[in-house]
Write a protein that binds this ligand. Sequence first.
Ligand code: G3H
Length: 249
Amino acid sequence: MRTPLIAGNWKMNGSAALVEEFGHRFAEKSLPASLDVVILPPFPYLDAARRAFEGTPIRLGAQTLNPLHSGARTGEVSGRMLKEFGVEFALAGHSERRQLYREDDEAVLDRLLAALNVGITPILCVGETLEERDAGKTMEVVLRQVGYVMARLEPDQRERVVIAYEPVWAIGTGRTATPEQAQEVMAGIRDYQAGYDRALAAGLRLLYGGSMNADNAAELLAQPDIDGGLVGGASLKVDDFLAICQSAG
Ligand code: G3H
Protein backbone atom coordinates (compact mmCIF):
# COMPACT_ATOMS: atom_id res chain seq x y z
CA MET A 1 0.00 0.00 0.00
CA ARG A 2 3.02 2.32 0.35
CA THR A 3 4.44 3.26 -3.05
CA PRO A 4 8.21 2.71 -3.03
CA LEU A 5 10.32 5.81 -3.61
CA ILE A 6 13.89 5.92 -4.86
CA ALA A 7 15.48 9.36 -4.67
CA GLY A 8 18.88 10.21 -6.14
CA ASN A 9 20.58 13.05 -4.30
CA TRP A 10 23.33 14.29 -6.57
CA LYS A 11 24.60 16.69 -3.89
CA MET A 12 27.12 19.13 -5.47
CA ASN A 13 27.89 16.71 -8.30
CA GLY A 14 26.76 16.00 -11.83
CA SER A 15 26.76 17.99 -15.03
CA ALA A 16 24.48 19.04 -17.87
CA ALA A 17 25.73 15.95 -19.73
CA LEU A 18 24.70 13.67 -16.86
CA VAL A 19 21.22 15.18 -16.89
CA GLU A 20 20.93 14.35 -20.59
CA GLU A 21 22.25 10.82 -20.05
CA PHE A 22 19.67 10.12 -17.36
CA GLY A 23 16.91 11.47 -19.61
CA HIS A 24 17.90 9.19 -22.49
CA ARG A 25 18.47 6.06 -20.44
CA PHE A 26 15.32 6.33 -18.35
CA ALA A 27 13.26 6.97 -21.49
CA GLU A 28 14.28 3.62 -22.93
CA LYS A 29 13.97 1.46 -19.78
CA SER A 30 10.79 0.17 -18.24
CA LEU A 31 10.62 0.40 -14.48
CA PRO A 32 8.29 -1.21 -11.94
CA ALA A 33 4.83 0.32 -12.45
CA SER A 34 4.34 1.26 -8.85
CA LEU A 35 7.47 3.25 -8.09
CA ASP A 36 8.27 6.92 -7.55
CA VAL A 37 11.68 7.94 -8.89
CA VAL A 38 13.13 11.32 -7.96
CA ILE A 39 16.37 13.02 -8.92
CA LEU A 40 17.62 15.95 -6.86
CA PRO A 41 20.18 17.74 -9.00
CA PRO A 42 22.02 20.94 -8.08
CA PHE A 43 19.81 24.00 -8.69
CA PRO A 44 21.47 25.14 -11.96
CA TYR A 45 20.43 21.88 -13.65
CA LEU A 46 16.76 21.95 -12.68
CA ASP A 47 15.51 23.55 -15.85
CA ALA A 48 17.50 21.25 -18.12
CA ALA A 49 16.43 18.28 -15.99
CA ARG A 50 12.78 19.18 -16.29
CA ARG A 51 13.09 19.09 -20.08
CA ALA A 52 15.37 16.03 -20.24
CA PHE A 53 13.17 13.96 -17.91
CA GLU A 54 9.93 14.70 -19.74
CA GLY A 55 8.37 11.42 -20.82
CA THR A 56 10.39 9.47 -18.23
CA PRO A 57 9.17 8.47 -14.75
CA ILE A 58 11.75 10.76 -13.11
CA ARG A 59 10.34 13.52 -10.96
CA LEU A 60 12.30 16.47 -9.65
CA GLY A 61 13.51 17.22 -6.16
CA ALA A 62 15.52 19.97 -4.47
CA GLN A 63 18.31 19.41 -1.97
CA THR A 64 17.29 22.35 0.22
CA LEU A 65 15.20 25.51 0.16
CA ASN A 66 14.98 28.76 2.09
CA PRO A 67 12.03 29.24 4.45
CA LEU A 68 11.15 32.61 2.85
CA HIS A 69 9.34 33.17 -0.45
CA SER A 70 11.74 35.96 -1.46
CA GLY A 71 13.97 38.62 0.03
CA ALA A 72 17.53 39.62 0.81
CA ARG A 73 19.00 36.14 1.22
CA THR A 74 22.02 36.04 -1.06
CA GLY A 75 22.65 32.62 -2.56
CA GLU A 76 19.36 31.11 -1.42
CA VAL A 77 16.43 29.64 -3.36
CA SER A 78 12.78 29.61 -2.28
CA GLY A 79 10.13 26.94 -2.54
CA ARG A 80 8.06 29.19 -4.74
CA MET A 81 10.94 29.38 -7.23
CA LEU A 82 11.44 25.62 -7.13
CA LYS A 83 7.74 25.10 -7.90
CA GLU A 84 8.17 27.13 -11.08
CA PHE A 85 10.67 24.51 -12.25
CA GLY A 86 8.41 21.56 -11.52
CA VAL A 87 10.04 20.50 -8.26
CA GLU A 88 7.81 18.09 -6.30
CA PHE A 89 10.10 16.93 -3.46
CA ALA A 90 12.64 18.67 -1.21
CA LEU A 91 15.04 17.45 1.44
CA ALA A 92 14.96 19.02 4.89
CA GLY A 93 17.60 18.26 7.49
CA HIS A 94 20.13 16.31 5.44
CA SER A 95 23.06 15.60 7.78
CA GLU A 96 25.39 17.61 5.55
CA ARG A 97 23.12 20.65 6.03
CA ARG A 98 22.88 19.98 9.76
CA GLN A 99 26.66 19.62 10.15
CA LEU A 100 28.22 21.92 7.55
CA TYR A 101 25.59 24.69 7.57
CA ARG A 102 24.60 24.37 11.23
CA GLU A 103 20.92 23.74 10.54
CA ASP A 104 19.36 22.76 13.86
CA ASP A 105 15.95 21.14 14.40
CA GLU A 106 14.22 24.53 14.28
CA ALA A 107 15.87 25.44 10.97
CA VAL A 108 14.92 22.03 9.60
CA LEU A 109 11.30 22.57 10.65
CA ASP A 110 11.23 26.01 8.96
CA ARG A 111 12.42 24.51 5.69
CA LEU A 112 10.06 21.59 5.88
CA LEU A 113 7.12 23.93 6.49
CA ALA A 114 8.22 26.10 3.58
CA ALA A 115 8.05 23.04 1.34
CA LEU A 116 4.63 22.02 2.62
CA ASN A 117 3.33 25.56 2.20
CA VAL A 118 4.04 25.57 -1.53
CA GLY A 119 2.86 22.00 -2.15
CA ILE A 120 6.29 20.34 -2.24
CA THR A 121 6.63 16.96 -0.49
CA PRO A 122 9.33 17.24 2.19
CA ILE A 123 11.76 14.41 2.84
CA LEU A 124 12.84 14.82 6.45
CA CYS A 125 16.33 13.38 6.94
CA VAL A 126 17.36 12.03 10.32
CA GLY A 127 20.21 9.90 11.63
CA GLU A 128 22.78 9.38 14.32
CA THR A 129 26.56 9.86 14.27
CA LEU A 130 28.91 6.98 15.00
CA GLU A 131 29.60 8.38 18.47
CA GLU A 132 25.88 8.48 19.19
CA ARG A 133 25.41 4.90 17.97
CA ASP A 134 28.36 3.68 20.03
CA ALA A 135 26.89 5.43 23.06
CA GLY A 136 23.62 3.56 22.55
CA LYS A 137 21.77 6.76 21.69
CA THR A 138 20.57 5.93 18.16
CA MET A 139 16.83 5.84 18.87
CA GLU A 140 17.01 8.79 21.24
CA VAL A 141 18.67 10.97 18.57
CA VAL A 142 16.51 9.80 15.69
CA LEU A 143 13.24 10.17 17.58
CA ARG A 144 14.26 13.62 18.83
CA GLN A 145 14.85 14.72 15.23
CA VAL A 146 11.58 13.16 14.04
CA GLY A 147 9.59 14.29 17.06
CA TYR A 148 10.73 17.90 16.98
CA VAL A 149 9.24 18.32 13.53
CA MET A 150 6.22 16.01 13.68
CA ALA A 151 4.98 17.41 17.00
CA ARG A 152 4.75 20.86 15.41
CA LEU A 153 2.77 19.84 12.33
CA GLU A 154 -0.97 19.61 11.82
CA PRO A 155 -2.26 16.08 11.16
CA ASP A 156 -2.83 16.80 7.46
CA GLN A 157 0.76 18.08 7.19
CA ARG A 158 2.20 14.99 8.89
CA GLU A 159 0.58 12.81 6.26
CA ARG A 160 2.58 14.52 3.53
CA VAL A 161 6.02 14.00 5.06
CA VAL A 162 8.45 11.32 3.89
CA ILE A 163 11.21 10.38 6.36
CA ALA A 164 14.71 9.29 5.35
CA TYR A 165 16.79 7.50 7.96
CA GLU A 166 20.44 8.04 7.15
CA PRO A 167 22.99 6.94 9.75
CA VAL A 168 25.67 9.63 9.41
CA TRP A 169 28.43 7.02 9.65
CA ALA A 170 27.06 5.27 6.55
CA ILE A 171 26.89 8.33 4.30
CA GLY A 172 29.53 8.34 1.58
CA THR A 173 31.68 5.88 3.55
CA GLY A 174 30.86 2.65 1.76
CA ARG A 175 29.81 1.32 5.17
CA THR A 176 26.12 0.49 4.88
CA ALA A 177 23.89 -0.22 7.85
CA THR A 178 22.95 -3.89 7.86
CA PRO A 179 19.35 -4.54 6.78
CA GLU A 180 18.64 -5.52 10.41
CA GLN A 181 20.12 -2.29 11.81
CA ALA A 182 18.17 -0.18 9.33
CA GLN A 183 14.94 -2.12 9.89
CA GLU A 184 15.23 -1.75 13.67
CA VAL A 185 15.39 2.05 13.43
CA MET A 186 12.67 2.24 10.76
CA ALA A 187 10.34 0.15 12.90
CA GLY A 188 11.11 2.46 15.82
CA ILE A 189 10.17 5.52 13.75
CA ARG A 190 6.95 3.90 12.56
CA ASP A 191 6.01 2.85 16.11
CA TYR A 192 6.67 6.37 17.32
CA GLN A 193 4.36 7.75 14.62
CA ALA A 194 1.73 5.20 15.55
CA GLY A 195 1.57 7.02 18.88
CA TYR A 196 -0.03 9.90 17.01
CA ASP A 197 -2.11 8.03 14.54
CA ARG A 198 -1.96 4.38 13.52
CA ALA A 199 -3.26 4.99 10.00
CA LEU A 200 -0.71 7.73 9.46
CA ALA A 201 2.09 5.47 10.67
CA ALA A 202 0.95 2.68 8.36
CA GLY A 203 1.05 5.02 5.37
CA LEU A 204 4.30 6.81 6.25
CA ARG A 205 7.00 6.30 3.66
CA LEU A 206 10.41 5.55 5.20
CA LEU A 207 13.58 5.65 3.10
CA TYR A 208 17.00 4.29 3.95
CA GLY A 209 20.09 6.31 3.00
CA GLY A 210 23.78 5.63 3.46
CA SER A 211 25.94 3.86 0.86
CA MET A 212 22.95 2.18 -0.80
CA ASN A 213 24.10 0.69 -4.09
CA ALA A 214 23.13 -1.75 -6.82
CA ASP A 215 24.46 -4.69 -4.79
CA ASN A 216 22.84 -4.03 -1.41
CA ALA A 217 19.61 -2.27 -2.39
CA ALA A 218 17.43 -5.37 -2.83
CA GLU A 219 18.21 -6.69 0.64
CA LEU A 220 17.59 -3.33 2.29
CA LEU A 221 14.39 -2.73 0.33
CA ALA A 222 13.09 -6.18 1.30
CA GLN A 223 12.81 -5.09 4.94
CA PRO A 224 9.19 -4.61 5.97
CA ASP A 225 9.56 -0.99 7.11
CA ILE A 226 11.91 0.23 4.37
CA ASP A 227 9.89 1.81 1.56
CA GLY A 228 12.69 3.17 -0.57
CA GLY A 229 16.09 4.76 -0.66
CA LEU A 230 17.83 8.10 -0.59
CA VAL A 231 20.85 7.39 -2.74
CA GLY A 232 23.93 9.60 -2.98
CA GLY A 233 27.01 8.32 -4.76
CA ALA A 234 25.28 5.48 -6.63
CA SER A 235 22.73 7.92 -8.07
CA LEU A 236 25.48 9.50 -10.18
CA LYS A 237 25.93 6.32 -12.23
CA VAL A 238 22.94 5.73 -14.44
CA ASP A 239 23.34 1.93 -14.61
CA ASP A 240 23.63 1.63 -10.84
CA PHE A 241 20.69 3.93 -10.21
CA LEU A 242 18.56 2.06 -12.74
CA ALA A 243 19.46 -1.22 -11.02
CA ILE A 244 18.43 0.20 -7.64
CA CYS A 245 15.12 1.36 -9.14
CA GLN A 246 14.57 -2.11 -10.63
CA SER A 247 15.13 -3.74 -7.25
CA ALA A 248 12.42 -1.54 -5.69
CA GLY A 249 9.64 -3.13 -7.72
O1 G3H B 1 21.41 11.85 0.36
C1 G3H B 1 22.04 10.79 0.25
C2 G3H B 1 22.78 10.23 1.33
O2 G3H B 1 23.51 11.19 2.00
C3 G3H B 1 23.53 8.98 1.03
O3 G3H B 1 24.72 9.25 0.34
O4 G3H B 1 24.69 7.08 -0.86
O5 G3H B 1 26.66 8.59 -1.02
O6 G3H B 1 26.15 7.36 1.10
P1 G3H B 1 25.62 7.99 -0.13
